[in-house]
Design a protein around this ligand. Structure first.
Ligand code: ZN
Length: 330
């Protein structure tokens, strides 16, 4: 899987710079650096886990404008005691295995990396109250496929509505799912999340916060602790944070993210997530988006010949269209 991300990753950390001087003179060596994991980012300050300690850190100058995001595995120097008032320095960001991105807003088309190194995107949606919003789910799926992450549907409030209507929309895409309801046993959810890094997304009211609190009983304390460390009061601007699951694995909660802007997603990247369909596009004209409007798309030939499931083609094209729609259009 790794080649899929690195090939397209805009932020190659490992790409060698053109050098005019020997490397040894360009770069100090950080023999005393230790490994850390970025668990929150708040206005240029990073909370890292170094062994079991929470360590505040900032980026060091050699990193320049390179982003450091939640989930990044970094090398850090300086005071890594985690004592109050200390500030360590991040000197290196390890290569990322996955990169979840979003285009922030319509009026802010800058592409941002949201989370690094997560393997699953868990889309939490209520079956009722509030009504599910398939377009938003589609957008999250596109973001997951673009990131090289496995999307999973976690449907809540099954006591209020039959999941079948919504599931029928996603079956042909082969998206795995779990169905839960209030007070239900969370064993299956825990198994789904165990030993992985999972990003949870979902609108308010779908039960995501309840779920996070059930999975990480001291989530409030953890996040509160983060705020105490940054010294910025209870209402932190942090919109993404990473929490350790008691049984192993991590969840990344995204309370500050309401939708995924997808302006950065390219069709050729999306179809790679569907190898069986991708195979049918080898004869497509150059630059074919594989959308409905394309005059000579291989997907239409595959549909006519019966080589591909028409419902799957339609579902793929629905995702392709989700990319085009405005983030606010839901
Ligand atoms: Zn095509």
């Amino acid at each position: 899987m790794r080649s899929r991300y690195t090939e397209h990753d805009q932020e190659h950390y490992e790409r060698p710079r053109r050098r005019t001087r020997p490397r040894t003179k360009d770069r100090p060596s950080y023999d005393d650096a230790v490994d850390g994991l970025v668990v929150t980012v708040d206005r240029g300050r990073f909370t890292l886990l170094v062994e079991d300690r929470r360590v505040m850190a900032m980026k060091s100058r050699p990193l320049g404008r390179k982003g450091v995001v939640v989930g990044d595995r970094v090398r850090v120097v300086g005071d890594v005691s985690g004592d109050e008032g200390t500030l360590a320095r991040i000197v290196e960001v390890h290569e990322r295995s996955t990169v979840l991105r979003r285009t922030a807003d319509d009026d802010d088309p800058v592409e941002r990396v949201v989370v690094a190194n997560a393997s699953q995107l868990v889309v939490v949606a209520a079956l009722a109250d509030p009504e599910p919003r398939p377009r938003l789910i589609d957008r999250a799926l596109v973001a997951a496929y673009d990131a090289g992450m496995q999307p999973v549907l976690l449907l809540t409030k099954a006591d209020l509505a039959d999941p079948e209507t919504l599931l029928s929309t996603y079956r042909s895409l082969g998206v795995p799912y779990l169905v839960t309801q209030r007070g239900a046993d969370l064993t299956e959810v825990r198994e789904l999340l165990a030993d992985r890094v999972s990003v949870l997304v979902g609108h308010s009211g779908v039960g995501k916060s309840t779920l996070v609190n059930a999975l990480v009983p001291d989530a409030h304390r953890e996040v509160g602790h983060v705020n105490a460390v940054t010294g910025r009061g209870r209402h932190t601007s942090t919109s993404v944070w990473m929490l350790a699951l008691p049984g192993g694995g991590w969840i990344v909660d995204t309370p500050g993210i309401r939708s995924f802007g997808l302006a950065h997603v390219r069709p050729e990247r999306l179809i790679e997530a569907f190898p069986d369909l991708d195979e049918m596009t080898e004869e497509c004209p150059r630059g074919c988006s594989h959308g409905t409007e394309e005059p000579e798309c291989g997907l239409d030939a595959a549909r006519e010949s019966g080589a591909a499931d028409p419902i799957r083609i339609d579902s793929f094209r629905r995702l392709l269209d989700a990319r085009e729609r405005s983030a606010e259009d839901h």
